[in-house]
Design a protein around this ligand. Structure first.
Ligand code: SF4
Length: 272
């Protein structure tokens, strides 16, 4: 089995939700044996549109004119998301900021691993730095749910640890950082999370503890919370059902959608 050398918000979230899923996905590297949610085709299309939307925004932020990109928003979802993005008062003037880093990856040592994260956008403006994350969820998750996600904790903590090279070599202080989830279908309801020194200490200590626990783990138990299995691609490995959960019926739909990792490398470059 190849040795695991990196941890990310996705792998940590998987370990937190179900150690067995972490083992199957990141240690055994099993391909997905089952479709995660029904109806399969519709969800796959939604996922692909979500990935494409990320690419459109990235192109916009590197200076391609809005009208030119708008022509590529060629499905109902993409058109609506693009319109919401271009009209969003919370995002106005973003492209004019001096320090924009779209789709940037940061990493730092974490115990025996490297912690890695790919950010949709880091925007540095004078004394402040904002992490933006674009979400194309069909439901707006509660802030309480987002607050405790490993993504929210990892992205802010890693920016303190590894953000110096987007800040003229100077590390960011936690108090300079804000993270914003912007929802393409709920453009006036972004979720904002500021950061403080005590939160950073708590997060980084928890990350080190978790990394050590993972390094020393020899068993990876199945979660006791069987609701986590509803969307899980590995149900058939665990006798936790075969048929996928129906995304339209479930309350935690965004959790199901989180299981689809956005993979920018799989999205072809957009030709202009
Ligand atoms: S089906 Fe359930 S127990 Fe099995 S890996 Fe998925 S979440 Fe864990």
């Amino acid at each position: 089995m190849p040795e695991l050398t990196t941890l990310s918000q996705s792998s940590l979230q998987d370990y937190h939700d179900c150690p067995r899923r972490f083992e199957l996905r990141y240690l055994q590297r099993l391909a997905y044996p089952a479709i995660e949610t029904e109806p399969a085709l519709e969800n796959e299309k939604h996922q692909q549109e979500g990935e494409y939307f990320h690419r459109l925004v990235q192109q916009h932020l590197i200076g391609i004119p809005t009208e030119q990109i708008g022509k590529l928003a060629n499905t109902d979802n993409l058109q609506r998301w693009w319109e919401n993005y271009t009209n969003a008062s919370d995002l106005r003037g973003l492209e004019d900021l001096g320090g924009l880093y779209p789709e940037i990856a940061l990493s730092a040592p974490l115990g025996k691993f490297r912690l890695v994260a790919k950010y949709d956008l880091i925007a540095v403006d004078n004394n402040k730095v904002t992490i933006y994350d674009w979400k194309t969820y069909r439901k707006r998750p509660k802030n309480e749910w987002l607050q405790i996600r490993w993504q929210t904790r990892v992205y802010r903590a890693l920016l303190v640890q590894a953000g110096a090279h987007v800040n003229n070599g100077k590390p960011f202080k936690p108090e300079q950082i804000e993270m914003i989830y912007w929802f393409a279908d709920f453009p006036s309801e972004p979720a904002r999370f500021i950061y403080k020194a005590d939160q950073y200490k708590r997060d980084w200590d928890a990350l080190i503890k978790l990394a050590n626990e993972i390094k020393n783990a020899s068993v990876f138990p199945l979660t006791d919370d069987v609701s986590k299995c509803n969307y899980c691609p590995y149900r058939s490995y665990c006798n936790r059902g075969i048929r996928a959960g129906d995304a339209a019926d479930v309350e935690l739909e965004s959790e199901g959608e989180e299981l689809f990792d956005i993979n920018f490398e799989q999205i072809g470059e957009i030709a202009f």
